[in-house]
Design a protein around this ligand. Sequence first.
Ligand code: CTP
Length: 399
Amino acid sequence: MIQGKRILLVIAGGIAAYKCLELIRRLRERGASVRCVLTRAAQEFVTPLSVSTLSRERVFTDLFSLTDEHEIGHIRLARDCDLVVVAPATADLITKMALGIADDLASTVLLASDRPVLAAPAMNHVMWNAPATQANVATLAARGVALVGPGSGPLAEGETGIGRMAEPPEILAAIDRQLGGPGPLDGRRALVTSGPTYEPIDPVRYIANRSSGKQGHAIAVALARLGARVTLVSGPTRLADPPGVHCVHIESAVEMLRACEDALPVDVAVCAAAVADWRVAAVAAEKIKKSDDGAPPTLALATNPDILATLARRLDARPRLVVGFAAETENLIEHATAKRLRKGCDWILANDVSPETGTFGGDANAVHVIDGRGVESWPRLGKDEVADRLAARIAEALR
Ligand code: CTP
């Protein structure tokens, strides 16, 4: 529970510092008091005035300020809180924390604090992967510092990789966990479909598609991280079963539908699988042999059940929230909006799967969330980050 808790937010100097303004606003909305310490570099990215306006508290910046020391000494500042949050935790500040360097107010407060610490790292991917940073992060983790993020996706400098600071809703969820409160999806049940389906032709052949399952699996992980009990119904993928998630392996669309119905009731269903639209109407019991004249066999197809539409249109045990994906190659928003209405789902995440986007099978995704109120476009993000954002949005909707 965040309500009534005192957060000490240490803001270091990275471009992600701007996200702290949103974090402060959300913490205040949830009833926390937020006291902020800004490093000198942080003040290049956000001003003490905007931070203090949002936090409604004075902001602390200087170790040697006579007024600060007189009003609230740095030792009290370090201890008068329930949780210290470091966001963005830059490579520099992480190093100081690991080595115990105390050469400004932020690092001194961190060394002097006996409160639990949550850090949200943010930096360039090469800096994040540098052995020095990894060693320092491991040191902090071994000392009990909790970490949230970083996520992967486009970074401020135009490169792509791991290093993006977690989004405010994710940091909020991590703060909730640190404060011993329940995750925002505690007690909720979720169903996620993922991967391709394999539609058999005969005992050895099948029709399939190129879905990797990365997005669906990431969504299952993100929902579980927020406390949901997740059933992941997946077609064949190369991915390992995510820990903490109940995994059901299927091959065909018909099997996927049955497994989904077995998992009901749930609070939310997210259909991220690339389900084959058709199956072979009469699967051959034996391997189909080549005919003597070389003529290919003709396969009669039958339409597969639409799992998303079936779940969304159930009269009993309909999940409170049904979320689908719309994979389109043209007129993205228009087609996806029509698809949402046709399938009867609450939200649809439209993504462009034209080959040049590299979405299918790739690590990133640019989605537009379409619900009854309109379109919310997200930037191109790592699939893990899309999952985290979606899970946070689901948690808000189910509150
Ligand atoms: N879906 C499903 N069962 C199906 C087909 C699709 O549950 N038999 C779900 C997908 O998991 C996704 C959404 O429906 O959430 C949209 O799938 P998509 O392939 O983009 O759309 P289609 O329904 O196949 O429409 P079209 O092929 O005309 O674009």
